[in-house]
Design a protein around this ligand. Sequence first.
Ligand SMILES: NC(=O)c1ccc[n+]([C@@H]2O[C@H](COP(=O)([O-])OP(=O)(O)OC[C@H]3O[C@@H](n4cnc5c(N)ncnc54)[C@H](O)[C@@H]3O)[C@@H](O)[C@H]2O)c1
Ligand SMILES: O=c1ccn([C@@H]2O[C@H](COP(=O)(O)OP(=O)(O)O[C@H]3O[C@H](CO)[C@H](O)[C@H](O)[C@H]3O)[C@@H](O)[C@H]2O)c(=O)[nH]1
Length: 326
Amino acid sequence: MSGRYGKYLVTGGAGYVGSVVAAHLLEAGHEVTVLDNLSTGFREGVPAGAEFIEGDIRDAAKWLDPSYDAVLHFAAFSQVGESVVQPEKYWENNVGGTMALIAAMRSAGVRKLVFSSTAATYGEPEEVPIRESAPTAPTNPYGASKLAVDHMITGECAAHGLAAVSLRYFNVAGAYGQFGERHDPESHLIPLVLQVAQGRREAISVFGDDYPTPDGTCVRDYIHVADLAEAHLLAVTAAKTGEHLICNLGNGNGFSVREVIETVRQVTGHPVPEVMAPRRGGDPAVLVASADNAREQLGWNPSRADLAGIVADAWAFAQRSSGAGE
Ligand SMILES: NC(=O)c1ccc[n+]([C@@H]2O[C@H](COP(=O)([O-])OP(=O)(O)OC[C@H]3O[C@@H](n4cnc5c(N)ncnc54)[C@H](O)[C@@H]3O)[C@@H](O)[C@H]2O)c1
Ligand SMILES: O=c1ccn([C@@H]2O[C@H](COP(=O)(O)OP(=O)(O)O[C@H]3O[C@H](CO)[C@H](O)[C@H](O)[C@H]3O)[C@@H](O)[C@H]2O)c(=O)[nH]1
């Protein structure tokens, strides 16, 4: 690395989280190459100033060279429901793709990796808040594929001296200026509720109100995507040769589905009709992170924990993307 600036390969940098992290790296003065096959991402999601390679992580050896200081690896499929009906797609892309990427890194002598892992590696928690020492028992192939990659990385660190950090995100939300959440089809709660507030959907379906939680709906830990991005920059610095550090990223506050819907009503000032629907398969009742490890090991200090603020940023992005208010 020359001086304090680095050169980074960001896989999946045309997607939601990767684009926000790429923007943060560029703002910090680093050089960024985005590698993305646009399977679920968008060309316009790649921040200006980043070099863009439209390509697949399975071909990473074509582009990786020793000039890179690290790889930040976001490229994956991440729809829980789809993973249940098409598990092979998840093993092939998330596990097979990452195997090829790690092999390419080894050949090119790029020895630092930050990986997007997930709360889905834990499954139904025995204790909340969830620590990294909790048992890992994923309830769907998506979570299983991410856990397999975490194991793959641990082995690569031990055997071949990789320096790696896996960041286990809880519920990522919010937006960062022009970069926000755009999944197609959308399955995440906050963007769906915002579509109802915009009048683009009739009502939000509440998946179950008979969970053992205060109002009967599922409780999640919503983390602002910009706080998440800051953790990635810290992780690049914290990664140590031969070690695999695993950190949960969340605020440690749980909000129920009903609380999220009510917050959207307050932030947007629009009505949000809700309809009851059956439980969604594989949904744990409560997922809340203990991020003590990220605070201690990375020096991470999230500053955007307020749910109304997270929703307001997501709302500004939703309005901008749909052309409302222009
Ligand atoms: N969004 C969340 O709430 C959340 C939570 C936990 C973990 N994660 C993880 O964070 C990462 C980013 O998630 P996101 O929400 O930004 O998803 P996203 O779908 O918006 O972004 C993923 C990007 O990876 C690209 N991609 C997929 N397979 C590829 C391949 N083989 N080669 C090259 N590019 C490929 C896609 O085109 C897309 O741009 C994923 O690894 C996901 O599993 C996300
Ligand atoms: O229309 C909807 C959509 C969602 N929900 C509920 O809202 C909560 C949040 O659901 P999301 O789909 O927004 O998020 P998940 O908690 O299912 O998933 C998140 O956490 C997972 C870990 O468990 C993965 O990491 C995944 O990528 C990440 O988005 C869940 O209780 C879900 O049942 C509804 O009630 N109605």
